[in-house]
Design a protein around this ligand. Structure first.
Ligand code: SAM
Length: 242
């Protein structure tokens, strides 16, 4: 996979060189390039924005500047991702879908966002996804891109040390629609609190049952919205008793 990010603030994407995502690039799991939008502005002041038609607060990023940037970076095999609070909500299913793309281009908005014609014109020749990372408003798309690239990169083959992690994680294929059970490690007693005894029982079936029960309880307590839409076919009799 190749990922290109277009932004007014290339340094904002520096964290993508660190940790798991940075290592994945060094290992050749995917290639990433960051482009400065301002190099596609043509006037003396390198202007990228203008006041909105119809009035209103703030500035809007110009379609012609973005058009030149996309002409240089995107192609027919590209999935163009436009982060916006007005987009479809990012979830694990959407992250997995993006992880299947050959080429992702992320267009980071600033100010009031990008002239809508940029996404509309791009959609004539490539796939376009306008995506929100949650119901709140950030100052720019860069942080949303950090979130999306990390969510996508850890799903690429060979990136996670143990690919089973992605299956057993919250929202993973191992327990679709559920939060993961709590996790424990050494020491066995921390400030007077022992770990749940079942975890050292050596009874694999009992451990699996405990994990499943905790997962269901946690989801019911913290995310009743997830339980409400859970596919009943994924539940067994013991689940229903929880
Ligand atoms: N006027 C826009 C609206 O109300 O929908 C908000 C623009 S926001 C201040 C500037 C940029 O931040 C957006 O163009 C987008 O790139 C990014 N952004 C802000 N919140 C976001 C979110 N929840 N998800 C994804 N991107 C977001």
């Amino acid at each position: 996979m190749r990922i290109d990010v277009i932004t007014l603030f290339p340094e904002y994407l520096d964290p993508l060189r660190a940790s798991l995502v940075g290592r994945a690039q060094q290992d050749g799991r995917f290639a990433l390039a960051v482009h400065d939008l301002r190099q596609f502005a043509t006037d003396r002041h390198r202007t990228v924005d203008d006041s909105p038609y119809g009035g209103g607060a703030g500035m809007v990023m110009r379609a012609d500047v973005w058009g030149r940037a996309l002409d240089a970076v995107a192609g027919p095999d590209t999935v163009l991702v436009v982060p916006t609070p007005a987009g479809e909500r990012l979830d694990q299913t959407l992250a997995a879908e993006l992880a299947g793309a050959q080429h992702l281009v992320f267009a980071c908005g600033r100010y009031e966002g990008i002239d809508q014609r940029v996404a509309d014109v791009a959609a004539e020749t490539m796939a376009v996804r306008e995506i929100s990372i949650g119901d709140y408003v950030l100052a720019g798309g860069e942080v949303a891109v950090l979130v999306m690239v990390e969510a996508v990169a850890r799903l690429l083959p060979g990136v996670l040390g143990n690919p089973e992690s992605a299956v057993t994680d919250s929202f993973g294929a191992g327990s679709p629609g559920l939060l993961e059970h709590p996790q424990y490690t050494r020491p066995p007693v921390y400030r007077g609190r022992p770990i749940p005894a079942v975890l050292t029982s050596g009874d694999h079936a009992a451990v699996a049952r405990w994990q499943r029960d905790e997962s269901l309880r946690r989801t019911a307590r913290r995310r009743p919205d997830l339980l409400a839409v859970l596919d009943a076919d994924t539940l067994d009799e013991a689940d229903v008793a929880v």
